[in-house]
Unconditional design. Structure first.
Length: 87
């Protein structure tokens, strides 16, 4: 399932993003400061270029590009309104 990033507590979202940008194989020799990489991912989430996937079986979250997420999940996410998110 996809989790709207707006529904995560700020600390939780930051932790998820930090885990993603510091994961082995994600830096590719990139010397960009951690804060900049976090802000890039946050911007991608805000622009709906990236999404958060949650696997119910493993209880694990991961970030992925929108184009890599199952289309039917994206349709459900897109149908959520600001009212549904409580923001």
């Amino acid at each position: 399932m996809l989790i709207p990033f707006e529904q995560l507590a700020a600390d939780t979202l930051t932790g998820l993003i930090e885990d993603f940008v510091t994961r082995d194989g994600m830096d590719n020799g990139d010397q960009t400061p951690l804060e900049v990489r976090i802000e890039r991912v946050r911007a991608a989430l805000s622009k709906k270029q990236a999404v958060i996937l949650f696997d119910v079986e493993t209880q694990q979250c991961q970030l992925c590009l929108r184009r890599d997420a199952p289309k039917e999940w994206l349709d459900d996410l897109d149908q959520l309104s600001v009212e549904d998110l409580g923001i």
